[in-house]
Design a binder for this molecule. Structure first.
Ligand code: ZNH
Length: 142
């Protein structure tokens, strides 16, 4: 579980990230689609999957805003992600193994955008936070 120090690291880097939600989200989503091409199957209804795509920007912002919601409810991530979990499990039918892939590209993008903040302690905290979000998103698959 996240320690108090982890939570403070997550809040601190997220205070910068949340203001760049669209840009960071588009970068992370486009990077997932390009570096892990099997994930493209879920977005076949998008006309452009590149980082310049308007659809990728709109969806990327939604992802980061959902994570901002998780940061704002860091002691009840499962509750905060409950509706989104139902949607991914029953409507979108995303293989939950992919949550790890997107978490990875979000981590990479944060490291690129905020290199001075991205200490090993922050790296650990964000990795644990994203793993908790992924676990919460997988909740309704059972
Ligand atoms: Zn997801 C959708 C979030 C992951 C796929 N998403 C979505 C949304 C959100 C999200 C917020 C919106 C919803 C509504 O509208 O209601 N996701 C998210 C998060 C995560 C995710 C936070 C993690 C971290 N997803 C994911 C993955 C995938 C996905 C991994 C695959 C691969 N999603 C998806 C889809 C959709 C979504 C497909 C739909 C979109 C459109 O259509 O546009």
């Amino acid at each position: 579980p996240l320690t108090d120090a982890d939570k403070n690291h997550v809040r601190s880097i997220w205070s910068k990230a949340s203001g760049k939600a669209e840009e960071l989200g588009a970068q992370a989503l486009a990077r997932m689609l390009e570096a892990f091409p099997n994930t493209k199957t879920y977005f076949s209804h998008y006309s452009d999957l590149s980082v310049k795509s308007g659809q990728v920007h709109v969806h990327g912002k939604k992802i980061i805003d959902a994570l901002t919601d998780a940061v704002n409810h860091i002691d009840d991530i499962t509750g905060a992600m409950s509706a989104l979990s139902t949607k991914h499990a029953h409507t979108l039918r995303v293989d939950p193994a992919n949550f790890k892939t997107l978490s990875h590209t979000i981590l990479v993008v944060l490291a690129i955008y905020f290199p001075a903040d991205f200490t090993p302690e922050v790296h650990l905290a964000i990795d644990k936070f994203l793993a908790e979000v992924s676990y919460a998103l997988a909740e309704k698959y059972r």
